[in-house]
Design a protein around this ligand. Sequence first.
Ligand code: HEM
Length: 536
Amino acid sequence: MMSALILIAVFLMGVYKFYLKNTITFKKATKYGDSKTVVLKEAPGPTPLPVIGSLHLLGKCESPFQSFTELAKEYGDIFSIKLGATKCLVVNNLELIREVLNQNGKFFGGRPDFLRFHQLFAGDRNNSLALCDWSNLQLKRRNLARRHCGPKQHTDNFSRIGDVATFESVELIQTLKGIARSTDAAINLKPILMTTAMNMFSHYMCNVRFDAENDAEFKKVVDHFDEIFWEINQGYAVDFLPWLAPFYKKHLDKLSGWSQEIRSFILSRIVEQREMNLDTEGPEKDFLDGLLRVLHEDPTVDRNTIIFMLEDFLGGHSSVGNLVMLCLTAVARDPEVGRKIRAELDGLTKGKRPVSLLDRPNLPYTEATVLECLRYASSPIVPHVATENAAVAGYGVEKGTIVFINNYELNMSEEYWKEPEKFDPTRFLEKSKTKVRRNSLCDSGMESDGERPMKAVGEKEGWSVMKNIPHFLPFSIGKRTCIGQTMVTTMSFVMFASIMQEFEVAAEHAEDLRQKPACVALPKDTYRFYLVPRKH
Ligand code: HEM
């Protein structure tokens, strides 16, 4: 009898332990200001294998995000998955994404502890704005960066972005015309776009620009940035199986070598030059001025913070160069897209002046093409990490869990878009009525295309770009949202429109133009384009 009771007790303890294994306990604030203890089950998901967890399931599709979409069909829009020994949670619909990033943002402000992330920032990923955990320092850095790197429309900084973007695009067009005159062969365009983008960033943020043709050190650093941008957009088994690190040693050493070279370039060619004649009294000239003044005035900010911030923000240029490559890819893939953009541009500028940021409201199809490229590429959102035990959709999430936001699903689901697989900029356009002056030369290309007749003198029914599409979140939402989105959308627009204004673009080999899903990056060495100067 006694032994039977013992057996039952052991069995019940086992059941209780098993129950607890998949539950999360945490304190939840009540409306009365105190807190109560809540025990919640974890979201369901695939059963992990020993050592690798469910890593093998991510290899079933070309991109892990496509695999997440497939797994969601089996386990639901929120599911748990173990990758190596790390608990992860995947959220796949807009409501859940909002719950994680907006309502519960304060519990999910961390970033994963991947070795690669440390390697890129001198051994500590907390040196990086994008890869650090949330902290007061991060809040300070974000606020410091926002004024210059995320200016609102109609501010001086916004119009300076426009001026710099046009200046650098005019330089780019001169270079490309020179190349087009000297050869009929396809052009290796990517490095040229990358140096232009870097000059846009360094010119705007630091009032420095470099000789893209003859400055070998500059070109090398731009290449390193591009390699790193590609790298950061990839996933590796070692991220979840850190014991594989010895096999990746060469690769990890290469990453830290590239970033060290970048930092010494920033220090010697940008920061030290400015420090020699820093003016702390007059108006703040640019982002670099703002950073150096904080360094001067705030004893809690150190010099390294400034260098790392510059590395982060100047590094943003790689996303602009890659995005413009993707826009040109879209045009080379579908000549009709190019024809509409050129009609819009010619209708507005008559081929008589360079396109500028101020033209953007009158070039809705061109702007929509950039947005459609962002949707189509579906750049992944940097994973978040739970910084304490929390709950999402009634499931418990343990502190340390990596949360993947599947915005590939948002961008590619038929629930949100008509024919999501089709590249179609018009999905971002809506009809609008705008006042026009009599005899105005300003006209939308869509109309000059002969597709939209004018309604009445003084009032034009045209097209404008839709604002605030709730399920279109290329820059994420919540407290860790992208700080560089104004710079990306403005500078890519001007660079892309300028090339389209002056050249017909075609692929060297159309079959090379395939993009990797859920990736806004192209490899450093990639396909070439034919650029044929247009006759105005
Ligand atoms: C195609 C271009 C770009 C895309 C699609 C993009 C998208 C994103 C996304 C999805 C995040 C993560 C937000 C989150 O974790 O919830 C992010 C973070 C960030 N982005 Fe961008 N970004 C782009 C370009 C840039 C540029 C040009 C800069 C700088 C000038 C920049 C600076 C940052 C920073 C600093 C963060 C980290 C913010 C934080 O964690 O607090 N981004 N970006």
